[in-house]
Design a protein around this ligand. Structure first.
Ligand SMILES: [Zn+2]
Length: 177
């Protein structure tokens, strides 16, 4: 990641909106934003990885992880969108994934410039590839600040996206029913 280039760009934006980039309060902002980008776009430099674990005593048909928080950035406006990921998968045999492995995988895709639909698909595809379950279902509920802050300012609007892969039945399992 080219932090100098990011800082230069931020300085241009500040000048563009008519700010004095040398005033106290703003003089360190370009460098701060660049450093922040290293973290919030850290998924650019990572590959999603799940180490499957072999569970001795698994007799569940579906494993459901609810309300996993995420923060991402809209690639159209460079504003945050954030909310919760719900992820259900039907394990093949006794291959399961640790909770932290799945939350790390979600972070890899969230910490990039994204659109919600693509992020939802990427998470589902990566779980299919890496964990090889019978099926996976991913639902993402988000608030998009580019909707909340702009135009009609519908602050309570939530966007919900869903991706299903393989064979999975989640009947009667909130929030999937
Ligand atoms: Zn946007």
């Amino acid at each position: 990641m080219d932090l100098q280039k990011i800082a230069d760009g931020v300085r241009l934006i500040l000048e563009g909106i008519g700010e004095d980039v040398t005033r106290e309060g703003l003089d360190k902002t370009p460098a701060r934003v660049a450093e922040m980008c290293r973290e919030i776009f850290g998924g650019m430099e990572n590959q999603p990885q799940i180490e499957a674990e072999i569970s001795e005593e698994i007799d569940t048909e579906v494993i459901l992880l609810k309300d996993i928080p995420f923060y991402s950035m809209c690639e159209h406006h460079l504003l945050p969108f954030f909310g919760k990921v719900h992820l259900a998968y039907a394990p093949k045999g006794n291959r399961v994934a640790g909770f932290s492995a799945l939350t790390r995988l979600i972070d890899v895709f969230a910490r990039r410039l994204q659109v919600q639909e693509r992020m939802t698909s990427q998470i589902a595809d990566a779980v299919m590839e890496q964990l090889d379950p019978l099926g996976v279902l991913v639902i993402v509920e988000a608030q998009q600040l580019c909707i909340s802050m702009r135009g009609s300012k519908k602050d309570s609007t939530r966007t919900v996206t869903k991706a299903v892969r393989g064979d999975i039945s989640v009947k009667n399992m909130f929030p999937f029913d």
